[in-house]
Design a binder for this molecule. Structure first.
Ligand SMILES: *Cc1c(COP(=O)(O)O)cnc(C)c1O
Length: 376
């Protein structure tokens, strides 16, 4: 079945006998038992809730995984994921990470004894592997520099060294990128972004193929309690129904804007993997079926960047991405403010860099908005 059909219909509706076309919101914290020692399969919504299970099974079907666990935010999902590891164990992560993930690793997980190192190339990943290394964590395309990691190549390194391979698939979603088919073990989503798609809900998902890991994650989730509410599960299910059509349109507009940006004298550099000039264009063509709706670009200086942020009208100056409303962010002050300055600059995240999440507005209106902001 094509993924766009799975988006619309989700997984099989197991928990409804009325024929409701939309998934019901099971707004119940707890579930009555039919008898002592018996269960309907649902006991308490921190462990399992029917609406949330519907979202989880849909997410697993979309990614080609077997199990999924939903969380109250992407960060709650990453936090639960890190609970798989013990003090002294080591994780290698891509060095251009979502700022919140970097903050969690360096301020919370590290304090609890999990060790991290960061690598930007396959050779560096291999060099960082030690006897205590347990996992490789990759975000691709990366945020905000839009670098692309060769997922199959990293999967080979992970398999050879018996490491768990985790891919944050927030930017492209299963519609454009299927990490399991390229060798990943765990797929992570901030469902707040494209899966939800409407800038109205926070949610996170961990999707796995392996039954043992799924069981461990379910145990961590119900024990630590960062579960997604049935109302928010419903909103993400509803968002996913239009994922395919949103991704297509957002990508089409992003490509138009990226090409337009390339021609502007105010723009120094454009980072969009769908441009043949992008250093990772070839690997993107190989491993993804699309380039997504995220563009980063740099302008002459910080002053010019600030002026653009303060002049856009249709495009909102706000954190987050992947929704129907176009958003522009200033990574240096927002998403990546917690990364030490020297590391930030080394990664190219300076005060000239802006990140644009292309929404569903008419492409010409977005270009006109940028044009007037550039000329202020
Ligand atoms: C936003 C984001 C997260 C964190 O998700 P929240 O839902 O904001 O907690 C993690 N990874 C990536 C790539 C993100 O963009």
């Amino acid at each position: 079945m094509d993924i766009s059909t799975i988006c619309v219909h989700g997984c099989e509706k197991k928990f409804d006998t009325t024929g409701a076309v939309a998934v019901p919101i099971f707004a119940s914290a707890t579930f009555a038992h039919p008898g002592v020692g018996q269960s309907t399969g649902f006991d308490y919504s921190r462990s399992l809730n029917p609406t949330t299970v519907h979202l989880e099974d849909t997410a697993a079907a979309l990614e080609g995984g077997r199990h999924a666990v939903a969380f109250s935010s992407g960060m709650a999902a990453v936090s639960a994921l890190i609970e798989l590891f013990s003090p002294g164990e080591h994780i290698i992560a891509s060095d251009d990470l979502y700022g919140g993930t970097f903050r969690l690793f360096s301020h919370i997980s590290q304090k609890n004894g999990v060790k991290f190192s960061y690598a930007d190339t396959l050779e560096k990943i291999e060099k960082e592997i030690t006897s205590s290394t347990k996992a490789i964590f990759v975000e691709t395309p990366s945020n905000p520099m839009m670098r692309v990691t060769d997922i199959s190549a990293v999967a080979k390194i992970a398999q050879k060294n018996n490491l768990l391979f985790i891919v944050d698939n927030t930017f492209l979603t299963p519609y454009f990128q299927q990490p399991f088919s390229l060798g990943a073990d765990i797929v992570l989503h901030s469902a707040t972004k494209y899966l939800g798609g409407h800038n109205d809900t926070l949610a996170g998902l961990l999707i796995v193929k392996n039954d043992d890991i799924a069981e461990k994650l379910r145990f961590i989730a119900k024990t630590t309690g960062g579960c997604l509410s049935p109302f928010d599960s419903f909103l993400i299910i509803r968002g996913i129904k239009t994922l395919a059509i949103r991704m297509e349109r957002q990508q089409e507009t992003a490509l138009k804007i990226a090409r337009w940006l390339l021609q502007q004298s105010a723009v120094k550099k454009v980072y969009y993997p769908g441009l043949p000039e992008h250093p990772d264009y070839e690997v993107s063509l190989r491993q993804t079926s699309g380039f997504g709706g995220m563009i980063s670009f740099s302008v002459a200086n910080g002053q010019a960047a600030v002026k653009i942020l303060e002049s856009v009208k249709i495009i909102k100056y706000a954190e987050s991405l992947g929704g129907v409303e176009s958003l522009i962010t200033y990574p240096v002050l927002q998403t990546h403010a917690d990364i030490p300055e020297s590391e930030r600059i080394a990664r190219g995240i300076d005060d000239c860099l802006l990140r644009l999440s292309v929404g569903l507005e008419a492409p010409d209106d977005l270009i006109a908005d940028l044009k007037q902001a550039f000329s202020q």
